[in-house]
Design a protein around this ligand. Sequence first.
Ligand SMILES: N[C@@H](CCC(=O)N[C@@H](CS)C(=O)NCC(=O)O)C(=O)O
Length: 221
Amino acid sequence: MIKLYQTYLSPFPTRVRLVLLYKGIEHEIIEPAGIHDSREKGEYLDVNPIGRVPALVLEDGRALPESEVICELLEEMYPKPAMMPKDSWGRAQVRLLSRISDIYIVMAMLPLMNMVSRPPKSWDQDAVTRAVSEVDKSLAFLEEYIGEEGYAYGSSLTHADGTLGPILQLADEWMPIFRGPPALAKYPKTTAYWKAIQQDKFAGQVIDETRQAVLKAMGRG
Ligand SMILES: N[C@@H](CCC(=O)N[C@@H](CS)C(=O)NCC(=O)O)C(=O)O
Protein backbone atom coordinates (compact mmCIF):
# COMPACT_ATOMS: atom_id res chain seq x y z
CA MET A 1 0.00 0.00 0.00
CA ILE A 2 1.12 3.61 -0.64
CA LYS A 3 2.56 5.28 2.47
CA LEU A 4 2.34 8.99 3.26
CA TYR A 5 4.84 10.29 5.79
CA GLN A 6 3.34 13.43 7.15
CA THR A 7 2.14 15.45 10.12
CA TYR A 8 -1.29 17.05 10.49
CA LEU A 9 0.28 20.29 11.77
CA SER A 10 2.22 20.99 8.58
CA PRO A 11 0.23 22.70 5.80
CA PHE A 12 2.23 20.96 3.04
CA PRO A 13 1.00 17.36 3.45
CA THR A 14 -2.59 18.65 3.55
CA ARG A 15 -2.57 19.02 -0.22
CA VAL A 16 -1.40 15.43 -0.66
CA ARG A 17 -4.08 14.16 1.74
CA LEU A 18 -6.65 16.02 -0.37
CA VAL A 19 -5.50 14.16 -3.50
CA LEU A 20 -5.56 10.78 -1.72
CA LEU A 21 -9.03 11.48 -0.32
CA TYR A 22 -10.58 12.90 -3.49
CA LYS A 23 -9.22 10.17 -5.72
CA GLY A 24 -10.00 7.43 -3.17
CA ILE A 25 -6.42 6.13 -3.11
CA GLU A 26 -5.83 3.59 -0.36
CA HIS A 27 -2.89 4.64 1.81
CA GLU A 28 -1.22 4.37 5.18
CA ILE A 29 -0.28 7.49 7.16
CA ILE A 30 2.96 7.56 9.13
CA GLU A 31 3.88 10.51 11.36
CA PRO A 32 7.69 10.69 11.63
CA ALA A 33 9.38 12.06 14.76
CA GLY A 34 11.45 15.23 14.80
CA ILE A 35 9.43 17.39 12.41
CA HIS A 36 7.94 19.83 14.93
CA ASP A 37 10.18 18.94 17.87
CA SER A 38 13.85 18.37 18.63
CA ARG A 39 13.78 14.57 18.43
CA GLU A 40 16.15 12.83 16.00
CA LYS A 41 14.62 12.22 12.57
CA GLY A 42 16.41 8.87 12.50
CA GLU A 43 15.28 6.44 9.81
CA TYR A 44 12.98 9.03 8.25
CA LEU A 45 16.10 10.52 6.64
CA ASP A 46 16.45 7.29 4.65
CA VAL A 47 12.94 7.88 3.29
CA ASN A 48 13.46 11.62 2.71
CA PRO A 49 17.03 12.91 2.98
CA ILE A 50 15.63 16.47 2.87
CA GLY A 51 14.07 15.66 6.26
CA ARG A 52 10.77 17.45 5.68
CA VAL A 53 7.18 16.29 5.37
CA PRO A 54 5.48 15.11 3.27
CA ALA A 55 7.13 12.14 1.57
CA LEU A 56 5.28 9.49 -0.41
CA VAL A 57 6.45 5.88 -0.64
CA LEU A 58 5.04 3.81 -3.50
CA GLU A 59 4.14 0.13 -3.16
CA ASP A 60 7.47 -0.83 -4.75
CA GLY A 61 9.38 1.22 -2.14
CA ARG A 62 10.33 4.23 -4.26
CA ALA A 63 10.13 7.40 -2.15
CA LEU A 64 9.34 10.95 -3.27
CA PRO A 65 9.56 14.21 -1.27
CA GLU A 66 7.96 17.65 -1.95
CA SER A 67 4.22 18.10 -1.80
CA GLU A 68 3.75 19.71 -5.23
CA VAL A 69 5.77 17.01 -6.98
CA ILE A 70 3.93 14.25 -5.10
CA CYS A 71 0.56 15.71 -6.16
CA GLU A 72 1.67 15.82 -9.79
CA LEU A 73 2.82 12.19 -9.66
CA LEU A 74 -0.48 11.08 -8.10
CA GLU A 75 -2.39 13.04 -10.75
CA GLU A 76 -0.57 11.12 -13.47
CA MET A 77 -0.89 7.75 -11.73
CA TYR A 78 -4.57 8.25 -10.86
CA PRO A 79 -6.00 10.63 -13.49
CA LYS A 80 -9.63 10.23 -12.36
CA PRO A 81 -11.28 12.17 -10.91
CA ALA A 82 -9.10 14.89 -12.44
CA MET A 83 -7.72 17.63 -10.25
CA MET A 84 -6.29 19.55 -13.18
CA PRO A 85 -8.29 21.43 -15.84
CA LYS A 86 -8.46 19.93 -19.35
CA ASP A 87 -6.90 22.97 -21.04
CA SER A 88 -3.29 24.17 -20.88
CA TRP A 89 -4.23 27.69 -19.74
CA GLY A 90 -6.32 26.29 -16.89
CA ARG A 91 -3.49 24.00 -15.78
CA ALA A 92 -1.10 26.96 -15.85
CA GLN A 93 -3.51 28.94 -13.65
CA VAL A 94 -3.65 26.11 -11.10
CA ARG A 95 0.16 25.94 -11.02
CA LEU A 96 0.36 29.72 -10.71
CA LEU A 97 -1.95 29.75 -7.68
CA SER A 98 0.10 27.03 -5.95
CA ARG A 99 3.28 28.92 -6.76
CA ILE A 100 1.92 32.19 -5.34
CA SER A 101 1.16 30.27 -2.16
CA ASP A 102 4.54 28.48 -1.92
CA ILE A 103 6.83 31.27 -3.06
CA TYR A 104 5.16 34.43 -1.78
CA ILE A 105 2.64 33.66 0.98
CA VAL A 106 4.51 30.84 2.75
CA MET A 107 7.85 32.68 2.49
CA ALA A 108 6.25 35.80 3.98
CA MET A 109 4.82 33.71 6.85
CA LEU A 110 8.13 31.94 7.60
CA PRO A 111 9.51 34.51 10.12
CA LEU A 112 6.23 34.18 12.07
CA MET A 113 6.36 30.36 11.92
CA ASN A 114 9.93 30.45 13.25
CA MET A 115 9.01 32.88 16.03
CA VAL A 116 5.97 31.05 17.32
CA SER A 117 7.77 28.31 19.23
CA ARG A 118 9.30 31.01 21.49
CA PRO A 119 7.32 32.88 24.18
CA PRO A 120 5.46 35.98 22.84
CA LYS A 121 7.47 38.28 25.14
CA SER A 122 10.64 37.41 23.22
CA TRP A 123 9.13 38.23 19.80
CA ASP A 124 10.84 41.06 17.95
CA GLN A 125 7.86 43.38 17.34
CA ASP A 126 9.48 45.07 14.31
CA ALA A 127 10.07 41.66 12.74
CA VAL A 128 6.43 40.73 13.45
CA THR A 129 5.18 43.96 11.84
CA ARG A 130 7.43 43.43 8.81
CA ALA A 131 6.30 39.82 8.35
CA VAL A 132 2.61 40.69 8.74
CA SER A 133 3.02 43.39 6.10
CA GLU A 134 4.81 40.93 3.74
CA VAL A 135 1.95 38.44 4.16
CA ASP A 136 -0.46 41.25 3.32
CA LYS A 137 1.48 42.04 0.12
CA SER A 138 1.54 38.37 -0.90
CA LEU A 139 -2.21 38.01 -0.33
CA ALA A 140 -2.70 40.95 -2.73
CA PHE A 141 -1.07 38.79 -5.45
CA LEU A 142 -3.48 35.96 -4.67
CA GLU A 143 -6.45 38.34 -4.84
CA GLU A 144 -5.54 39.05 -8.50
CA TYR A 145 -5.80 35.42 -9.55
CA ILE A 146 -8.14 33.61 -7.16
CA GLY A 147 -11.26 32.08 -8.70
CA GLU A 148 -14.77 33.36 -8.06
CA GLU A 149 -16.77 30.14 -8.46
CA GLY A 150 -16.07 28.67 -5.04
CA TYR A 151 -12.79 27.04 -6.08
CA ALA A 152 -9.26 28.37 -6.58
CA TYR A 153 -9.69 27.90 -10.31
CA GLY A 154 -12.87 27.06 -12.22
CA SER A 155 -15.83 25.28 -10.70
CA SER A 156 -14.29 22.12 -9.28
CA LEU A 157 -11.52 20.96 -6.99
CA THR A 158 -7.91 21.31 -8.21
CA HIS A 159 -4.49 20.97 -6.62
CA ALA A 160 -4.50 24.72 -5.96
CA ASP A 161 -7.29 24.19 -3.41
CA GLY A 162 -5.10 21.75 -1.52
CA THR A 163 -2.25 24.24 -1.51
CA LEU A 164 -4.26 27.31 -0.56
CA GLY A 165 -6.71 25.85 1.98
CA PRO A 166 -4.28 25.25 4.86
CA ILE A 167 -2.36 28.46 4.11
CA LEU A 168 -5.48 30.64 4.22
CA GLN A 169 -6.46 28.81 7.40
CA LEU A 170 -3.16 29.95 8.93
CA ALA A 171 -3.66 33.50 7.62
CA ASP A 172 -7.21 33.74 8.93
CA GLU A 173 -7.13 31.69 12.13
CA TRP A 174 -3.52 31.50 13.31
CA MET A 175 -2.09 34.90 12.39
CA PRO A 176 -4.36 36.81 14.83
CA ILE A 177 -1.97 35.71 17.62
CA PHE A 178 0.41 38.32 16.18
CA ARG A 179 -2.24 41.03 16.70
CA GLY A 180 -1.99 42.49 13.19
CA PRO A 181 -5.08 43.58 11.23
CA PRO A 182 -7.27 40.63 10.07
CA ALA A 183 -5.19 39.18 7.23
CA LEU A 184 -7.96 38.53 4.68
CA ALA A 185 -10.25 41.53 5.42
CA LYS A 186 -8.89 43.71 2.58
CA TYR A 187 -9.35 40.95 0.02
CA PRO A 188 -13.00 40.22 -0.85
CA LYS A 189 -12.38 37.57 -3.53
CA THR A 190 -9.95 35.68 -1.30
CA THR A 191 -12.34 35.96 1.67
CA ALA A 192 -15.24 34.61 -0.40
CA TYR A 193 -13.06 31.78 -1.69
CA TRP A 194 -11.87 30.89 1.83
CA LYS A 195 -15.48 30.67 3.03
CA ALA A 196 -16.56 28.61 0.02
CA ILE A 197 -13.71 26.11 -0.05
CA GLN A 198 -14.40 25.05 3.53
CA GLN A 199 -17.87 23.95 2.33
CA ASP A 200 -16.38 21.48 -0.12
CA LYS A 201 -16.69 17.99 1.38
CA PHE A 202 -13.11 16.92 0.61
CA ALA A 203 -11.23 20.21 1.05
CA GLY A 204 -13.30 20.97 4.17
CA GLN A 205 -12.23 17.68 5.74
CA VAL A 206 -8.47 18.06 5.20
CA ILE A 207 -8.52 21.75 6.16
CA ASP A 208 -10.27 20.80 9.38
CA GLU A 209 -7.68 18.09 10.14
CA THR A 210 -4.95 20.72 9.84
CA ARG A 211 -7.02 23.23 11.85
CA GLN A 212 -7.39 20.76 14.75
CA ALA A 213 -3.62 20.14 14.80
CA VAL A 214 -2.88 23.90 14.74
CA LEU A 215 -5.37 24.50 17.60
CA LYS A 216 -3.75 21.70 19.60
CA ALA A 217 -0.27 23.19 19.03
CA MET A 218 -1.65 26.57 20.17
CA GLY A 219 -2.89 24.87 23.35
CA ARG A 220 -6.49 25.44 22.34
CA GLY A 221 -7.41 22.00 21.05
N1 LIG B 1 8.57 22.54 -0.04
C1 LIG B 1 8.24 21.48 0.92
C2 LIG B 1 8.06 22.11 2.29
C3 LIG B 1 7.90 21.06 3.38
C4 LIG B 1 8.20 21.62 4.76
O1 LIG B 1 8.83 22.67 4.90
N2 LIG B 1 7.75 20.89 5.79
C5 LIG B 1 8.08 21.29 7.15
C6 LIG B 1 6.85 21.23 8.05
S1 LIG B 1 5.81 22.64 7.82
C7 LIG B 1 9.08 20.31 7.74
O2 LIG B 1 9.00 19.12 7.47
N3 LIG B 1 10.01 20.80 8.55
C8 LIG B 1 10.93 19.96 9.27
C9 LIG B 1 12.31 20.52 9.28
O3 LIG B 1 12.58 21.54 8.62
O4 LIG B 1 13.15 19.94 9.98
C10 LIG B 1 6.97 20.76 0.43
O5 LIG B 1 6.14 21.40 -0.22
O6 LIG B 1 6.83 19.55 0.67
